[in-house]
Design a protein around this ligand. Structure first.
Ligand code: PEP
Ligand code: MN
Length: 343
């Protein structure tokens, strides 16, 4: 339910409604929509008070709360949110590129890739230290050693680090090293993990599950925000469909759909969608043209010998070429790629 206040409702009346809900243990969200003040009744405690609220002074009417994800819905927060990671801003006019290997493998690899992608214009470094692999026999990541290497390359390059956390009990450890926590596609509906990253302060990159609807993605984001962390960036990374020529089917429509439904920034991962290096720049250009706030892409100095996802990883040169293309596409849609932090 949304409580719409009278246009001439006094501050005292507004505070009275808010206090009444809070004292009874309900959660609410106050927003100014045009010239109306709305108080969203978020949880069941707050909703159970609707009948009493309706007769309070200053209240004009009650309206149904349309989306089941009130805190991330654009309905109640019409301006786009900007999520900051250091100097990086997701959700403004600049399109942010995040790049790096699928997995951190060793000091030489992550350092070479980090330096190269920074020079070509990446604004954040990606790299997995804890890897969610389909097979228990595949490389599972270096764990804490990988986090140490990511932090070391952040010192070298100035690039903030995004890395995946796969289990609730690892959140504190990963948060000691990372600047942004990634929730992978396989964990999008791991509700305990979502609440755990919602209870800490680093921003969260939330990837869409391979069989999840847009609404399920938004509900997953609502979990993080409801737990206290509003700094969420969403990521479309391709869906499992009947099509076999790509690893996943990139749902490019999800970009404008999400931008309409939520105020949160939306980025695209063309690497896990394509599964094949030669397709990645095409999908990345489409994402920028469709209005994505950023691109997260896998890059490797020697993709043929990569311990994970080498087939879809761009070479260092391939990444540089793609960046030049993305700058042109961004200009064509009145955006710009965030400028490199190193020359
Ligand atoms: C990744 O980014 O390396 C990854 C495992 O992605 P996803 O969760 O989208 O499969
Ligand atoms: Mn990968």
């Amino acid at each position: 339910m949304i409580v719409v206040l009278d246009s001439d409702c006094s501050l005292k009346e507004k505070a009275g409604v808010v206090r009444f809900i809070e004292r009874r243990g309900g959660r609410l969200l106050v927003s100014e929509i045009g010239d109306e003040t709305h108080i969203g009744l978020i949880d069941t405690e707050a909703q159970s008070l609707a009948a009493e609220i309706e007769s309070m002074p200053g209240v004009a009417e009650l309206r149904p709360l349309a989306p089941p994800y009130p805190q991330v819905a654009r309905d109640h927060h019409p301006e786009s949110s900007v999520v900051r990671v250091g100097d990086v801003r997701f959700g403004g006019n600049e399109v942010v590129v995040l790049a790096g290997p699928c997995s951190v493998e060793n000091d030489e690899q992550i350092s070479i890739v980090g330096e190269a992608v920074a020079r070509s214009g990446a604004r954040m470094l990606r790299g997995g230290a804890f890897k969610p692999r389909s097979s228990p026999y595949s490389f599972q990541g270096l764990g804490e050693e990988g986090l140490v290497l990511l932090a070391w390359v952040r010192e070298q390059t100035g690039l903030p680090v995004v890395t995946e956390v796969v289990a609730p009990e690892d959140v504190d450890l990963v948060a000691q090293y990372a600047d942004m926590l990634q929730i992978g596609a396989r964990n999008m509906q791991n509700f305990r993990l979502l609440s755990e990253v919602g209870a800490q302060t680093l921003p969260v990159l939330l990837k869409r599950g391979i069989s999840s609807t847009v609404e399920e993605l938004l509900l997953a984001a609502e979990y993080v925000v409801a737990a206290g962390n509003p700094r969420v960036v969403l990521c479309e990374r391709g869906l499992r469909t009947f099509e076999t020529t790509t690893r996943n089917t990139l749902d490019i429509s999800a970009v404008p759909v999400l931008k309409q439904k939520t105020h949160l920034p939306v980025i695209v991962d063309p690497s896990h969608a394509a599964g094949e290096r030669s397709l990645v720049p095409h999908l990345a250009r489409a994402a920028v043209a469709a209005g994505a706030d950023g691109i997260i892409v896998e890059v490797h100095n020697d993709p043929e010998s990569a311990l994970s996802d080498g087939k879809q990883s761009l070479t260092l040169e391939g990444f540089e070429t793609m960046m030049a293309q993305l700058r042109r596409v961004a200009r064509a849609v009145d955006r710009q790629i965030a400028p490199p932090i190193v020359g």
